[in-house]
Ligand binder design. Structure first.
Ligand code: ZN
Length: 58
């Protein structure tokens, strides 16, 4: 596996972790629910959600 593949895998794992453990203060998604845009369409995990996940881990 190349470095790029490992990095992509790590980012995906971090996004999955943040989605699983943290609520999103940007789009108000509860833990376990994916981020979404205001119009309800799926969105990438918001930066604030990573911050929430890190806070929970500390
Ligand atoms: Zn969000």
């Amino acid at each position: 596996m190349s470095f790029t593949d490992r990095r992509a895998e790590q980012l995906r794992a971090e996004a999955d972790h943040a989605t699983a453990v943290a609520c999103c203060t940007t789009c108000q998604s509860a833990p376990g629910y994916d981020c979404h845009h205001p119009d309800g369409t799926p969105a990438p995990v918001h930066d604030s959600r990573y911050t929430e996940a890190e806070g929970n881990a500390a």
